[in-house]
Design a protein around this ligand. Sequence first.
Ligand SMILES: Nc1nc2c(ncn2[C@@H]2O[C@H](COP(=O)(O)OP(=O)(O)OP(=O)(O)O)[C@@H](O)[C@H]2O)c(=O)[nH]1
Ligand SMILES: [Mg+2]
Ligand SMILES: [Zn+2]
Length: 365
Amino acid sequence: MGSSSSPSQPLVPYGWDADWESEFAPYAEQGLLPGRVARVDRGLCDVITPAGTVRADTEFVVPRDPMKVVCTGDWVAVDPEGSDPLYVRTLLPRRTAFVRSTSSKRSEGQILAANVDHAIVAVSLAVELDLARIERFLALAWESGAQPLVVLTKADLVPDPVTLAYLVQDVETAAPGVPVLSVTAAHGEGLDVLAAVVGGGTAVLLGQSGAGKSTLANALLGEDVMDVRAARDVDGKGRHTTTTRNLLAMPGGGVLIDTPGLRGVGLWDAGSGVDQVFAEIAEVAEGCRFHDCAHESEPGCAVLAAIDSGELSERRLESYRKLMRENQRIVAKTDARLRAEMRKEWKRRGAIGKAAMEAKRGGLR
Ligand SMILES: Nc1nc2c(ncn2[C@@H]2O[C@H](COP(=O)(O)OP(=O)(O)OP(=O)(O)O)[C@@H](O)[C@H]2O)c(=O)[nH]1
Ligand SMILES: [Mg+2]
Ligand SMILES: [Zn+2]
């Protein structure tokens, strides 16, 4: 059966391809419907299926594992039997996932978007650049498996082209291997490059509230689908105009996920992502005498030598250390939690074992 005659054809604008088709094949045999999650709220989700958008409940998808919670961008199998809401029966394995930790205390992973090819970090030029925050977003973006991209929004607020070029350059030093664009959504400036990126695959827009994510989404869509409201960010609290993550099909192809603003993102097991953000430091560190050099005061430290010679930036090293430490804390905490869970499981099994032995003994009596 050629893909042109596939009943899943209506899903192609949403990112359906031959690999998803074969991944879904066993569920198709069970008579389930493929679909992509466009929005999740209050335990229910909107799923785009060949039969149109349906409302579905996700209670059958291992609800106790936070990594298995259905999220925007997921491909799922929906049971066509039943009425509103239908049921999601399974979650197809994710190709990529943008995960942050929900809070530093509980250290649970929260998936912000699944199956994304491009992670767009939107940064407003209306406020002072915070390079450390950009580095943090980029670490998670690299870790997600998607290609990161930084979009500096509201470029109209920096009318001097020389100043603008410097700002872009500053961000570039914090983002090796990451394209950095400046755009003005209102005038459509810089949007052609962004549209080209978004046109292939799925992109997610991430960033602080008021960064202009929804304005960008509307500009790319060519119509006002997402609500946009004036930033009133003087008190630093912001107000979230967008409250759910929304998956939108672009008119020229490609899929965009608009997300609610994030005040910050906690790292979540993002060690290799952090290394990628600080690629130039990791490269120099290969020359350190000790393999596990912390670049603090060790003899033969190539990183400290490069700081002295001005080859590496001190700010970057500070930021690298900070994110590394935070990541190690999270990883250690997660391991502790996993260990605690395993102990609980052993106790439970132990109790079952004891009960079984007693029953046996009882039976022998
Ligand atoms: N000057 C200027 N203002 C812009 C531009 N893009 C967006 N804005 C303004 O920035 C404010 C916030 O825009 P939104 O698109 O709602 O921001 P958001 O990132 O979606 O915010 P949340 O949904 O709360 O996360 C609005 O007042 C927009 O009009 C731009 O290119 N230039
Ligand atoms: Mg928004
Ligand atoms: Zn070193």
